[in-house]
Write a protein that binds this ligand. Structure first.
Ligand code: FAD
Length: 334
């Protein structure tokens, strides 16, 4: 393997509901910095049906080039079809670095591609950098249960691949009208050769809003005392149409499921408004929510560290204050 053959930074561009998924825009922002440092180009790989128009959007967010696989066989994400397209593209055009969002689709595709290519994959990265001269990707992520940050290198193989957590990188401001090079690619894939068939797409009917997508997150901590106490957080969230977040101690106590956990070993969130109720503000919690637009903390201990991280703080008993807030919001919002 000659490293000189491998050039450019690539981003797998995920499509969601007819638009580019936010994480892919974030990765174009991060990829742009890596590509500029390496003085190379930033390319996107777009796979789907009737998705060619999204290439223009990728240019507006930093891409120089987009490889497009646009055919009915790619209408729904299937590991096999997308993997074959990505493998073909990598083998033909040889990127130095290839990034995927750490979404269910991105993780599935990256791991499938990694099993076929003679290279490694760093999963769930939260920081990226590149050595200007060697092109070595410095992919960092929490390791050993979040106790250390590990920087993982792929010294002997190319491309260097990583999945990157949503909401940790920043998308560039949109440059309306920016253009680039579209490379249309085609593979002789036949539906009858693909083992997986999508028979029906059934949308989840759960009323719970995802914490990583919500504009408002109401999060509760151990200070609420019991599962019954935690209900007041859920009631406030419902009144506001918000997602319910939780500290790790609450999740470990079994009051709510792990996908509600905010923090280093949970999900990173950046809502417009974040309520931290009965949460002390341990560093492992703060790293998962400190970039929220407006942080409102309620805690009975005036010395709780959360008050150093919030924009507005209410010192008092959450079990009294939160039901009052819920009623006030309910009547204000009708
Ligand atoms: P506590 O620390 O017990 O705080 C409860 C707070 O509630 C206190 O400040 C108290 O003053 C207040 N309170 C009590 N009663 C009331 C009341 N009636 N009204 C108002 N306030 C009240 N934590 C996470 O959250 N996310 C993570 O991803 C995470 N990852 C971790 C990874 C590692 C490797 C380690 C070691 C720890 C991790 N933690 C994580 C745990 C973290 O260190 C804290 O233990 C945890 O966040 C504390 O949860 P808490 O704030 O709900 O509980």
């Amino acid at each position: 393997m000659s490293f000189e053959d491998y050039r450019g930074v690539w981003v797998f561009i995920e499509e969601k509901d007819g638009a580019i998924a936010p994480v892919s825009l974030e990765l174009l922002g991060a990829g742009r910095q890596l590509a500029d440092k390496r003085k190379t180009e930033l390319a996107g790989v777009l796979i789907g049906e009737n998705i060619s128009a999204l290439a223009d959007r990728a240019f507006e967010y930093g891409a120089d080039k987009v490889y497009v696989y646009d055919a009915p066989i790619y209408r729904f994400y299937r590991t096999e079809t997308y993997m074959r397209a990505m493998l073909a593209c990598v083998e033909k055009h040889k990127p130095e670095i290839l990034l995927y969002g750490a979404t269910s689709t991105g993780k599935d595709l990256a791991s499938a591609v990694a099993t076929d290519l003679p290279t490694g994959l760093t999963a769930d990265t939260t920081q990226l950098d590149v050595e200007e001269d060697t092109g070595l990707l410095l992919a960092s992520r929490p390791a050993f249960g979040g106790n250390i940050m590990a920087t993982i290198l792929c010294k002997k193989y190319r491309p260097q691949m990583a999945t990157v957590r949503p909401k940790v990188m920043k998308a560039l401001p949109r440059k309306v009208g920016a253009s680039g090079v579209v490379v249309e690619e085609c593979l002789p894939l036949r539906e009858e050769d693909i083992r997986t068939k999508v028979l029906e797409i059934v949308r989840s009917t759960t009323r719970r809003i995802r914490i990583d997508e919500a504009d408002v997150v109401v999060a509760g901590g151990k200070g609420l005392g019991s599962p019954a106490g935690f209900k007041i957080v859920e009631q406030l969230a419902e009144a506001l149409g918000a997602a319910v977040g939780a500290s790790r101690d609450v999740v470990e106590a079994g009051w709510i499921g792990h996908h509600h956990q905010v923090g280093q070993t949970g999900t990173t969130v950046t809502p417009k408004i974040y309520f931290a109720i009965g949460i002390s503000g341990a560093i492992q919690h703060l790293v998962g929510m400190q970039n929220s637009g407006l942080i409102i903390a309620i805690n009975k201990d005036p010395a709780a560290p959360i008050f150093q991280a919030c924009h507005y703080g209410i010192v008092g008993d959450a079990l009294t204050i939160v039901p009052m807030l819920t009623e006030a919001f309910k009547s204000a919002l009708g």
